[in-house]
Write a protein that binds this ligand. Structure first.
Ligand code: AMP
Length: 365
């Protein structure tokens, strides 16, 4: 579809592939700007479906259902990158898809992602493609231990990845990662002795305008994001470099939408890119309560071709994810001063499942 830079008028329908909490919070932001959202997902019941009346249930490879969805909306975006790129391409023949499907294709695969960064002069951890067991031995000799073996696709929150302390761990790591995903080559990454993990969220509109949020620090527990602390306590030069990387990648990708870039800050203050996500990101949830424009509103603004909003932070804040039964403490959390609670409407609680988050605002010095 030919791209139009004209803004989508209020009342237009934004189609979102995926029905999770990111789609839910994006749909709420869209509603505030006067848009309707149409959620397409395989589940009959999903967090995003609860907040909008338009929805379709279908698999991501169900072409007739996808084409009917394309006809019912004015633009399509997605809330997670594991939508098959083939589905996004098929949709793009019928309707504008933002970000473009090629970005989805790139960002759903760690090898392509890192290759793209390095080709544009953006450093990552050293890595190698591991199509078979022999390649693992060769790469281990080159990269050295400790290192991390990961599936190149479909792994998240630490799923499908194993840290190796030495060559003796190679066979078990290989078996574990193949069990998680044997369809695509794995990736071996050098282990980064990081000082901290940060992320930057950048938005880019169809007219090429670009806005970044300041870097935030991400703290993980059991490979799952536990807390985001904003601002990140990093030297100004490091923060500037991280934002420059975000802007460069958004431009090189010809992004229209939102891109989250997870990075490591090493002890000698290098900034290495770990992962790209072309959508709203858990590490941007703080912006709902502590920024002039939330990441969800910014996402909708970019996808709809509206002017991008101010990304200024209003106060320091700490966002904490509520996993599993941690969300049962909602009454206590609501009673805390300067604390904003967000629950995602998930009916089934499982250990490790993201049920909501709280943002604690630091309103007083
Ligand atoms: P990922 O799925 O790549 O985001 O990895 C999840 C978490 O594992 C990261 O946020 C890091 O805490 C850790 N991790 C992943 N890759 C590496 C690496 N190459 N070096 C050090 N830690 C890593």
């Amino acid at each position: 579809m030919a791209e139009s830079a004209a803004p989508l008028p209020p009342g237009a329908v934004i189609g979102i592939l995926g029905g999770g909490q990111l789609g839910r919070m994006a749909a709420l932001a869209a509603a505030r700007l006067g848009y309707q959202t149409h959620i397409y997902c395989p589940e009959a019941e999903a967090p995003a479906r609860q907040v909008t009346t338009l929805g379709s249930q279908g698999a991501y490879d169900d072409e007739p259902a996808l084409l009917a969805f394309a006809q019912a909306v004015d633009v399509v975006t997605f809330e997670f990158e594991n939508v098959p790129a083939s589905a996004a391409r098929r949709l793009a023949e019928q309707v504008t898809v933002r970000p473009r499907p090629e970005i989805l294709h790139l960002c759903r695969n760690r090898l392509r992602e890192k290759g793209f960064c390095n080709a544009n002069g953006v450093p990552t951890a050293p890595y190698a493609k591991i199509p078979d067991r022999a390649a693992l031995d060769t790469a281990l000799a080159e990269i050295g231990a400790p290192c991390v073996l990961k599936t190149s696709e479909l792994g998240y929150d630490g799923k499908g990845q194993v840290t190796l302390q030495g060559v003796e761990a190679a066979e078990a790591a290989w078996q574990a990662v193949r069990a998680a995903n044997a369809e695509v080559p794995a990736i071996l990454e050098g282990f980064v002795e990081f000082r901290c993990e940060i992320s930057v969220i950048v938005a880019r509109g169809p007219d090429g305008s670009c806005r970044t949020y300041e870097p935030v620090e991400n703290r993980h527990k059991n490979h799952i994001l536990h807390q985001t602390v904003v601002p990140a306590e990093i030297p100004q030069g490091v923060a500037r470099r991280a934002e420059e990387i975000a802007r460069l990648l958004a431009e090189k990708l010809e992004l229209v939408g939102l891109l989250a870039i997870e990075m490591f800050v090493t002890k000698d203050e290098q900034v290495l890119v770990n992962e790209l996500a072309p959508r709203p990101h858990n590490s941007g949830h703080w912006s709902l309560d502590a920024a002039a424009t939330s990441q969800f509103e910014q996402f909708i603004r970019a996808v709809a071709g509206l002017p991008l909003g101010d990304t200024a932070r209003l106060c320091p804040a700490v966002m904490t994810n509520l996993l599993g039964d941690e969300a049962d403490d909602w009454a206590t959390l609501l009673a805390e001063p300067d604390t904003k609670l967000h629950l995602y409407g998930k009916t089934e609680s499982r250990p490790g499942r993201k049920m909501g988050h709280v943002t604690r605002l630091q309103l007083r010095a």
